[in-house]
Design a protein around this ligand. Structure first.
Ligand SMILES: O=C(O)CCC(=O)C(=O)O
Length: 256
């Protein structure tokens, strides 16, 4: 499928996100979903909810999604020519009759320990994501106001790694926009954009793969919230900064 990449750049800088990019066909996503279902059967839903991080290193289908040239092209149109793949992380929300598990308002970049604090996330829909099953919501333009103070939620139902949240008085939820995607579609958002997602009130799973990208100048100055050292892989352009050890790609680039 062909995407007008030039059209992405201005919208991304203005709004902090672009959405409904048809990067994978429904048929391709059916194949990836079958691989995810198989991984889910092996690992169990508990782990799959938010416990599958950085698994593009050992699961080829995750690498194939994250490193697909169509994803990297679209991300590069948003962030610039030099693109490193930082990590991957599934956010898989299962039907939640108690209406509990949610993602609080936050900015991705907080607690990743990067300076300058720049990152970009491609959110690839493995399942359809809509308002009923708790799709992501964003506040357009909020990436332009710097990093907001994050506190800690009173409840561990907030799925974020250390239950971080931006307090309600700093978020104008009247401006929130739902990011509804059909399986195979992708949105891209700036790591400083305010975003959240509500509980899954449907009887359908809502699984998305987040793929995190950084420019080579973003160096790690602190541990991230999981105590990890990042090992990004150069996907496009040049690394003139050499902040990270050179890391080989774990599998071939899709299509090469
Ligand atoms: O998928 C979600 O509901 C939230 C995703 C998210 O928080 C993220 O991209 O960091």
């Amino acid at each position: 499928m062909t995407i007008a990449l030039d059209a992405l750049t201005d919208a991304y800088h203005r709004d902090g996100f672009v959405t409904r990019l048809d990067l994978f066909t429904p048929e391709e996503m059916n194949g990836f979903r079958a691989s995810f279902d198989e991984l889910e059967a092996r690992e169990g839903p508990e782990k799959c909810a938010i416990g599958l991080q950085g698994r593009h290193i050992d699961e080829e289908f995750i690498w194939q999604m994250a490193a697909d040239p169509r994803v990297v092209d679209a991300v590069s149109a948003c962030m610039g020519d030099d693109v490193m793949l930082l990590s991957t992380h599934f956010f898989c929300k299962y039907p939640d009759p108690d209406n509990k598990k949610y993602v609080a308002w936050h900015q991705d970049i907080t607690y990743w320990g990067l300076e300058p604090p720049e990152a970009h996330t491609a959110w690839i829909a493995v399942d359809d994501a809509d308002v009923e099953n708790g799709c992501m919501e964003v506040i357009p333009g909020s990436h332009r106001d710097g990093i907001a103070t994050h506190g800690t939620s009173e409840t561990t139902d907030n799925l974020l790694s250390i239950h971080q949240e931006i307090s309600d008085d700093l978020v104008d939820t009247s401006k929130a926009v739902p990011i509804e995607l059909t399986a195979g579609q992708t949105s891209i958002h700036n790591g400083q954009l305010f975003q959240a997602s509500r509980p899954n009130r449907s009887d359908r799973r809502r699984c998305g793969l987040t793929v995190r990208f950084i420019p080579p100048q973003a160096r790690q100055v602190e541990e991230n919230s999981l105590g990890h050292q990042w090992r990004p892989v150069l996907m496009r352009g040049e690394d003139r900064h050499k902040h990270y050890p050179e890391t080989a790609i774990p599998f071939p680039i899709p299509g090469s």
